[in-house]
Design a protein around this ligand. Sequence first.
Ligand SMILES: [Zn+2]
Ligand SMILES: [Zn+2]
Ligand SMILES: [Zn+2]
Length: 127
Amino acid sequence: MRTLYTTSTRTAIVDLLKRDPRYLTATAIYRILRDDNPRLALSTVYRTLELLAELGNVSFRTESNGETSYVFCTDEHHHHAICSVCGHVDEVDCAAIDQFKSALMAQQSFELDDHSIEFYGRCARCR
Ligand SMILES: [Zn+2]
Ligand SMILES: [Zn+2]
Ligand SMILES: [Zn+2]
């Protein structure tokens, strides 16, 4: 029973994150899911999010108040375009970085190994 319960929590969290692609804290996720599942514990939400992060199904960031927030991610390498108005997160592919990498090498002899980029702007609905 315990496994089943955990699995259904995991499904509910993944469904929510897919439906609402914004960075959400564990507390926010807990509050939304609790409506349908009054027995849900905040600790279960935390544990499930940690597991999903380990599996690479979500990425996370630290908010200014120190809370961790999570967003659903596909397996492919990508970046996030984040709407400054509503927080909507779009996945952006990375093709432009290859050009940037060549330019860094040509102009500054810098060899790029890894990168982490977020884009900020306004989504289609908020323009
Ligand atoms: Zn992502
Ligand atoms: Zn927006
Ligand atoms: Zn990239």
